[in-house]
Design a binder for this molecule. Structure first.
Ligand code: BGC
Length: 365
């Protein structure tokens, strides 16, 4: 939060500086470093925001926040969802280029499938910001703004251990592992973060994955779809939990956590300790009701706000602030990143975690 404050102030200073230049009648754009290729642009410019499918509430929230935030900063927002899939997202980015977008913010469905469009966007002079999900295998991405995905996974892995221990002090524990969609660059990072905590415990016998499905490839949930997680949970329960108890489940997000809980309930089994992510309304209620064990607070307002701070900096001809220049290599380059801190939420802090959230605050009071 401290970091946002600083960046916000920097942007405000930049905006004032830009106004001062205009007032003096100077139209010369400022210069940027960081190899963005952009050098300031008209404040009324079109800013493209290419969002993926509405696979979780955070994306739906982002749409309104981008529209409102960009408009009130004087830009022309062009916010699109690609519910139809990758080719729709490719077409949307092409259309943004045609409309003259100066910055294109991309939450990719498949971060490796936009190479052609990103090259065209760069050639047109636009700056590319990867939003929440990294853009892979391309040099044509300038910045990455996201919550620290590896940290999200670490927090989930630790929460799973803590939750099981609180319920049953001595192991071993039977667990199952779920991961997100393999085309989303985040999914593997979340899984790797969680496994950095869980794998040593699997190796020393504290944790037992009864199905034997411990690899990312075995754990994935295509399209982040609830029905896919539910179906896999049904199969795992039937195949490996005839008499054994399922003590814990690593779930990468809230939508999938609720799908797994639905499956466990249908099987008539006691509910396992289960992790989540996104602070979705139904999951926060589930934590309050003692069902889902944990979620992650990745306040969408802060993420969108920071993406807009970057746009404002670029508009003013300034290099956007980054706080990480080593973690996110996309196979072609290490993308300069601004990472925000995710926060774990369990029954222990659910009543205080969302005090300033207009939707979750009242629910958790
Ligand atoms: C986001 C998660 C979200 C998932 C499914 C990921 O890329 O980081 O917050 O749960 O997509 O929408």
């Amino acid at each position: 939060m401290r970091m946002i404050g600083k960046a916000g102030k920097a942007a405000a200073v930049a905006a004032i500086a830009a106004l001062a230049l205009t007032a003096c009648g100077r139209t010369e754009p400022g210069t940027t470093g960081g190899g963005t290729g952009a050098a300031g642009f008209e404040q009324s410019s079109s800013i493209g925001v290419a969002l993926p499918q509405k696979t979780s509430e955070n994306w739906v929230l982002a749409e309104k926040l981008f529209n409102d935030g960009l408009s009130s900063a004087g830009f022309k927002p062009d916010v699109q969802f690609a519910n139809g899939g990758v080719s729709e997202q490719q077409n949307q980015i092409s259309a943004m280029i045609t409309k003259g977008a100066k910055v294109i913010i991309v939450g990719a469905i498949d971060g490796a499938q936009l190479g052609t469009q990103l090259k065209q966007a760069k050639d047109s002079g636009a700056t590319i910001i990867a939003y929440d999900r990294l853009l892979l295998n391309t040099e044509n991405v300038d910045y990455y703004v996201a919550y620290d995905n590896f940290k999200v996974g670490e927090l989930q892995g630790q929460a799973l251990l803590d939750g099981m221990k609180a319920k049953k002090p001595a192991g071993p524990y039977n667990i199952e592992l779920f991961a997100g969609s393999p085309d989303d660059a985040n999914a593997k990072v979340f899984f790797d973060g969680a496994m950095s905590v869980l794998k040593p415990k699997i190796d020393d016998g504290t944790l037992k994955v009864a199905s034997g499905q411990t690899s990312f490839e075995q754990a994935v949930t295509q399209g982040w779809k609830a029905e896919n997680a539910q179906r896999r949970a049904d199969t795992l329960l039937t195949g490996s939990y005839g008499t054994a108890s399922l003590d814990g489940v690593l779930s990468p997000n809230d939508t999938l956590a609720r799908a797994v809980l639905t499956s466990v309930k249908a099987a008539g089994k006691p509910l396992p300790v289960i992790t989540g992510q996104d602070s979705e309304v139904e999951s926060v209620k589930s934590i309050l009701a003692g069902e889902q064990y944990s979620t992650i607070n990745k306040d969408t307002r802060k993420l969108v706000e920071h993406a807009i701070v970057m746009v404002k900096d670029l508009q003013a001809g300034k290099t956007p602030e980054i706080n990480d220049d080593k973690s996110y290599n996309n196979t072609v380059k290490t993308v300069p990143a601004y990472l925000l801190e995710p926060v774990i939420v369990t029954a222990a802090n659910v009543k205080t975690a969302y005090v300033d959230d207009p939707v979750l605050g009242p629910i958790t009071k």
